[in-house]
Design a protein around this ligand. Structure first.
Ligand code: KG4
Ligand code: ZN
Length: 328
């Protein structure tokens, strides 16, 4: 069964070709034009998707040496996301499915991020129930994942997403968009050169937002505190940027890891998982690996950084599990 999956929910145009749940080919074009505006402009993103989507479809069909008429099922991200971006993908997917007389599955973006954990991994490697944190530029949510098809939201952010906080801090320091990976790189530089005392001080520079037993997240206070700190410095030097990046990464990852562990403990769940663009963050994965090991829990994150970021393979794998549950 060949399945063609499309992802255009934000600023990555991605197409994946799957055969029976196995990824055969994927083509992704990341929109670089948003660097100039320091964030995604929805109309610009939609236009860019419209230009990139057919070349991406061509790429995967050529790589797998099949034609469009060989596709058995289409799948496309339907929600949540930027409306003009989503509309480009859904219109293309709908047109293809309708003209070829093939079924189409409409896929939820957050569920796709969660199912990205099944790419190159058997389902029995995840023990249910699992507490999963799905965190990106647009959302920060914890779900109690009871079984393959059953999940229930446990907490979410009351304001900004964690990835958005990374991106805004990067913008404050003129590092470009998106900023998460850039902040992580600068933070690693700080770790290489700073003394233990300097690290200790920098790790406590910024407030953590909602604390205690509260499972919801809030990043707006942290973001404002970092802004005030950056403004108070004036023109930051490279050393200032590295310290701020480290302080930011420590504050965000500390909150994310702490609340995921708390959510698992409060619900009596013994396994944890991570998904979404921020799950590419090595510090966060290392923290959770350590915390899980201390407790004898299982911890998983997407196998490749590519599968953490927006990509169509995750849409394909989510759709594949939907299809085998309810064949059309
Ligand atoms: O899932 P994703 O590709 O798109 C959305 O659905 O938003 O996530 C993108 C987000 C951005 O905010 C980006 O800064 C963040 O993921 N990100 C990272 C890292 N790589 C990407 N954040 C922290 N550390 C990273 N290494
Ligand atoms: Zn995403």
């Amino acid at each position: 069964m060949y399945l063609l999956a499309l992802e255009t929910s934000c600023d990555d145009t991605s197409v994946a070709l799957m055969r029976d749940g196995e990824l055969l080919a994927m083509s992704t074009r990341t929109q670089l034009e948003h660097d100039a505006t320091g964030g995604v402009v929805p109309e610009v993103a939609a236009r860019s998707h419209a230009n990139a989507i057919f070349p991406c479809i061509d790429d995967v069909l050529r790589e797998a040496n099949i034609s469009l008429s060989d596709i058995d099922v289409f799948a496309c991200t339907a929600r949540p996301g930027l409306a003009p971006s989503l509309l480009t993908g859904t219109t293309v997917a709908d047109t293809l499915a309708l003209s070829l007389g093939k079924p189409i599955l409409w896929i939820d973006h957050i569920e796709s991020h969660m199912f990205a954990n099944f790419l190159e991994r058997e389902t029995d490697e995840i023990r249910f129930p699992t507490m999963i944190l799905t965190v990106s530029g647009g959302h920060t949510e914890i779900y109690l994942w009871r079984s393959l098809y059953e999940f229930e939201m446990v907490s979410q952010t009351r304001d900004d997403a964690a990835g958005e906080c990374f991106d805004k801090v990067a913008k404050m320091m003129w590092l470009g968009f998106p900023g998460g990976a850039k902040i992580a790189r600068l933070s690693a530089e700080f770790v290489n050169r700073a003394t233990d005392d300097e690290k200790q001080l920098a790790s406590k520079l910024f407030p953590r937002g909602l604390s205690g037993a509260e499972l919801d997240f809030s990043f707006s206070g942290m973001k404002s505190a970092i802004k005030r700190y950056v403004d108070s410095i004036g023109e930051p030097t490279d050393a200032d940027r590295e310290r701020i990046a480290y302080g930011t990464e420590m504050a965000i990852t500390d909150v994310l890891a702490t609340k995921l562990i708390q959510a698992a403990e409060q619900h009596g769940v013994r396994d944890i998982a991570l998904a979404g663009g921020v799950s590419a963050n090595t510090r966060l994965k290392d923290m959770l690996t350590q915390e899980a090991m201390n407790r004898g829990w299982n911890f998983i994150a997407p196998k490749k950084i590519l599968y953490s970021m927006d990509n169509a393979a995750m849409v394909g794998i989510r759709a594949y599990y939907e299809y085998i549950k309810n064949p059309k």
